[in-house]
Design a binder for this molecule. Sequence first.
Ligand code: ZN
Ligand code: ZN
Length: 297
Amino acid sequence: MPTHHLLGAHTIDNGGIDMAARRAAAAGMQALQIFTTIPKFYGDRASIRPDRVKRFREALAGTGISPQHVMAHAAYVLNTATHEEEKSIRAAAGLAKELERSTALGIGQICFHPGAARDGNRDAAAARVAAAITGALEKIPGETRVLIENTAGAGLTMGRTPDEIAAMLAGVPRKLRGRTGYGLDTCHLFAAGHPIHESKAALTRVLDAFEAAIGEPPSFFHLNDSKFPFGSNRDQHALIGEGLIGAEAFRWLLADPRSRSVPLILETPQENFEIADGDPSPDPWDVRMLALLRSMQ
Ligand SMILES: [Zn+2]
Ligand SMILES: [Zn+2]
């Protein structure tokens, strides 16, 4: 089916990330998101074994999903913004390891949540995030990009506004800037108080504000509806059309040229977490979401 949208999901990886790729392909996806390590640990010493790389690359080659359209989501605990020195060092090392593993897999990008500035000094926090990105890019040469994800804005987390993402990326040296960028999660936008649900014009203004402040369009979108209300700063994803954003906003987003040619990744609830390791069949709820999004194109 010809399409200019690269629809995908963070598919279930029981049996390995090669099985996640097979399940994405079986659902008819053109993009994919994976974890390269257990996301609740730093993973700052975890390399990826060559046999795992080989299995994944072979599986992906058989799917027709371009490695360029695969993204790794970094561990949630990597707080590169923190002022606490030990955590900051481990987070920066963890981000570099994320990039090392993803570069070995040959995939297009990683995304990460920048973390929180618990001392309240947001300028210093932005500089630390920039230093972590810079350090990772300097340490691990290659093509894989490091992308900041916008956040729902709980507590003191960084990355809820266009200016904050711009400040973080502005600290990356110009020669490395092409290997970084950012992406937008619809649930996080809504939770952080960006009115993407109000009208197509309102959604366009939100995207315009990010593009103007940062100087480039987003490099990916996470397509998630929201369980919690507008501006709540709470992050819990819902199936599209079954949350408080509503399906219409996703139709508007798919009509915006900025949603073309970049990975559009569902992180919506899934049904079959107990799927057998060797079973490549797609998750029924992922399939339902794909059909809904296709009907909006
Ligand atoms: Zn995320
Ligand atoms: Zn989220």
